[in-house]
Design a protein around this ligand. Structure first.
Ligand code: 5GP
Ligand code: ZN
Length: 136
């Protein structure tokens, strides 16, 4: 269930206090200590899973439904006009806490969150090659 020395296990299970905005049997949603924008929250399961690949399917389903509900609530109470859901898996993807979490990042006109990437170009041959890889 809980993994030793996992900060999000301790937060999720209430051993370490957090600014909680939602809690049920399976999940806790709390405010990020270093927010990208006002109201940036993290949705975590109470049970330990390192990342999306480990997360149980039933909890994955519940997580996205809960994210939808919290995102709606954020729009109501914060007045944000957009929301990014961000979910990092692995160091290469920027994951720093290895307990599954979903970022809910409220977005405001002209905020400085900068959640973006540099779009590259891709040839039709490369696209075909990629499609082929997934069909094997
Ligand atoms: P990651 O980079 O793993 O996707 O995101 C980890 C997030 O957890 C970061 O946004 C970071 O600010 C947040 N964080 C790390 N430790 C704590 C903590 O002890 N409390 C809270 N509320 N947020 C944390
Ligand atoms: Zn954990």
């Amino acid at each position: 269930m809980e993994q030793e020395n996992c900060i999000f296990c301790k937060i999720a299970n209430g051993e370490i206090p957090s600014s909680t905005i939602y809690e049920d049997m399976d999940f806790r949603v709390f405010l990020d200590l270093n927010p990208a924008t006002r109201g940036h929250a993290l949705l975590v399961p109470k049970k330990h899973f390192a990342d999306l690949f480990e997360l149980e399917d039933e909890l994955a389903k519940k997580a996205i439904i809960l994210a939808k509900q919290v995102a709606g609530r954020m729009k109501e109470v914060l007045g944000c006009t957009g929301i990014n859901l961000v979910q990092n898996n692995g160091e290469a993807a920027g994951q720093t806490v290895f307990h599954f979490h979903l970022h809910l990042i409220p977005r405001y006109e002209n905020d400085m969150a900068g959640i973006t990437w540099n779009p590259e170009t891709v040839s039709s041959e490369e696209l075909q090659e990629l499609v082929k890889l997934f069909s094997e």
